[in-house]
Design a protein around this ligand. Structure first.
Ligand code: PHE
Length: 448
């Protein structure tokens, strides 16, 4: 069984795939948006603390569940259960995560489609195809449908090919492109008027804001979304890691890459907003806060690119390709959760399962597109604000309370002989058992 289910062929393959899942619109759009609307560096500071102190331990719990189980989320959790009620509970948690991933993909694909449409717009204007350019950013239902379908087809195409030939191969190609584009864009923006002011706004903390509980709630939500927690994704990626690999260090490396790219995205977006201001574009909303969310990405930044003339068209093209790549390496991970479950539990061939599930999720996307105002918000809130923290918390409870300490140690020791004497082992089991569930629950309750 294990040999037929695929495995990442190398450490780098896993790191690129897991970082690919983690790094997405959440980093390049969500993080700068949240930073802008939550007092700049104060938010960054809280985010860093929560990412390492709460999200990383929970992330390790999910990776460990998968690596131990060597199977989809439900089967892996059930392998850790000895009593019958535990097996039912395992089903709820694992299946809940899979549904959560599917729901996230159903709205994520629409937003990713917008990114692709803006990339096409830049390309079309380069070739003088003005009517095409206008149509693709026209925000019509047809445009939304077309690009959501196109994005879903790409996602299905990669996932049909499996772990090594699909997820790993494409993550290894796309992630370096993403990092390269991001760095190039930052360097370019830094040379423009207004960038210094933007840097200042990004890196100067408004200490007063640290007392704001809503800032902590937003930062934790952002950290969980960014590490793809509570969606079965990291369980399934964990299940494709070879037993000879050191999980603790792999997990830490992925967390570090994820956090660093969010930080870099802030270095790009916030200064770019101030560059736009220097060119006369309005960047503050009526209440005095920096424009964030869709207004930032689809209004302010495109205006900036337009003002920059020909070079701006290239910069815009690079920016929206960057966004589309980031979205694609995340969306494939969302689809892998439900697909691996269907393949392993219901014996459906991989290609068929992928197409089928892709189609079902696409149907949900179509329903959202038809009710875009309310639908998108509803599904996003349900999956990210409720689903993710609850499932992530239950995964921690599983590892901390249902699994045995000796089994955890045995699993961690594979690929890391000396883990027993490490700081990680002194802190983490206890942390996952008590601190993570309580802290996640507290923040969750506070957010209601
Ligand atoms: N982590 C991704 C991002 O930051 C989103 C994601 C959420 C991916 C849940 C997989 C599962 O955009």
């Amino acid at each position: 069984m294990a040999s037929s289910r695929g495995e990442f062929s190398s450490r780098l393959g896993f790191i690129m795939a897991a970082a690919g899942s983690a790094v997405g619109l959440g980093n390049i759009w969500g993080f700068p948006t949240q930073t802008a609307s939550n007092g700049g560096a104060a938010f960054v500071l809280v985010y860093l603390v929560l990412a390492f102190c709460l999200a990383y331990p929970a992330f390790m719990a999910e990776l460990l569940i998968g690596r131990y189980g060597q199977a989809n989320a439900v089967t892996s959790l059930q392998k850790m259960s000895s009593r019958s009620w535990q097996k039912h509970f395992a089903f709820l948690v694992g299946f809940g995560g899979i549904i959560c991933a599917a729901l996230i993909l159903s709205f994520y694909g629409i937003i990713a489609g917008w990114m692709m449409s803006y990339a096409i717009e830049s390309a079309a204007s380069l070739f003088g195809l003005n009517s095409v350019a206008e149509w693709v950013i026209g925000n019509s239902v047809e445009r939304n449908l077309l690009f959501t379908i196109a994005f879903m087809v790409l996602t299905v195409f990669i996932i049909r090919k499996g772990v090594e030939d699909g997820i790993e191969k494409w993550s290894k190609r796309l992630m370096p492109m993403l990092i390269g584009l991001l760095v190039l864009l930052i360097i370019y923006v830094m040379t423009l008027d207004g960038a210094a002011e933007g840097l200042n706004a990004y890196l100067n903390p408004d200490i007063e804001r640290l007392k704001d509980p809503s800032l902590i709630v937003s930062a934790l939500g952002q950290a969980f979304f960014s590490l793809s927690l509570g969606t079965s994704v990291m369980v399934i990626y964990g299940s494709y890691i070879a037993k000879k690999e050191n999980l603790v260090s792999l997990g830490a490396q992925v967390t570090l890459i994820d956090v660093s790219i969010a930080f870099l995205a802030g270095l790009l977006i916030i200064p770019a907003m101030y560059v736009a201001q220097a060119q006369g574009v309005a960047i503050f909303a009526e209440d005095g806060s920096l424009i964030s969310g869709p207004g930032m990405v689809f209004d302010v930044l495109p205006k900036l690119f337009e003002d920059m003339g020909m070079i701006g068209t290239f910069v815009g093209l690079a920016f929206f390709i960057l966004m589309s790549i980031a979205a694609l390496t995340s969306s494939i991970s969302m689809l892998e959760g439900p697909v691996s479950y269907t393949v392993e539990r219901h014996n459906v061939p991989r290609a068929k399962a992928t197409t089928l599930i892709g189609f079902v999720i696409l149907c949900i996307s179509v329903a959202i597109v038809a009710n875009i105002e309310t639908g998108l918000d509803f599904v996003a809130t349900l999956s990210t604000q409720y689903g993710q923290p609850i499932i992530a918390m239950l995964c921690c409870i599983f590892v901390g309370w249902i699994w045995h300490r000796s089994s955890i140690l045995k699993e961690l020791k594979q690929g890391n002989d000396s883990v027993e004497h490490s700081l990680f082992w002194k802190i983490w089991p206890w942390y996952t058992k008590f601190i993570c569930p309580v802290a996640i629950a507290a923040v969750f309750i506070n957010s209601l």
